[in-house]
Design a protein around this ligand. Structure first.
Ligand code: MG
Length: 159
């Protein structure tokens, strides 16, 4: 059995009039991330971690943001299609760990739903997906509520 690990990072600017969607979960808030797709930074970081582990480039190559097919795209669907691509190359996903950087609102009430959303799209049990959340403590673009970021690590395996 061989194992491979990848990392992913994403950030989007927060603007008024956009929904806040993280791990496929719509969270009530007065602003949301700007972007071509649904701008789900958590999904995007996980996608890049998986693509990185499989040495398949990055999300921008797979889903160019000037391609009208991905306008307002559901990022859980993009995540599922990346997992299908990995499966076609013989990979299964062992686990995913992610951190969301957001000043407010508190994400802990949504943690289990985000795990379930990601796990469903990846097609692994939620026990193998972890989602953490932290703030910027008033510092930097997260602390000033200018943006939201997410960092992810994924390990994949094939025999
Ligand atoms: Mg993104």
């Amino acid at each position: 059995m061989s194992f491979a690990t990848g990392i992913g990072w994403d950030s989007h600017r927060l603007v008024e009039g956009r929904p806040l969607i993280l791990g496929g979960v719509r969270i009530e808030h007065d602003r949301g991330p700007a972007g071509h797709s649904d701008a789900d930074v958590l999904c995007h970081a996980v996608i890049d971690a998986l693509l990185g582990a499989a040495c398949l480039g990055d999300i921008g190559e797979q889903f160019p943001d000037d391609d009208p097919r991905w306008k307002d795209a559901d990022s859980l669907t993009l995540l599922s299609s990346v997992c299908s691509r990995l499966a076609a190359e013989g990979w299964t996903v062992n686990n995913v760990d992610a951190s969301v950087l957001l000043e407010r609102p508190k994400l802990s009430p949504h943690r289990e739903a985000m795990r379930a959303g990601l796990a469903g799209a990846i097609a692994i049990p939620p026990e193998r997906v972890n989602v953490k959340a932290t703030t910027g403590e008033g510092m930097g673009f997260v602390g000033r509520e200018e943006g939201v970021g997410a960092l992810a690590v994924a390990t994949i395996m094939r025999g």
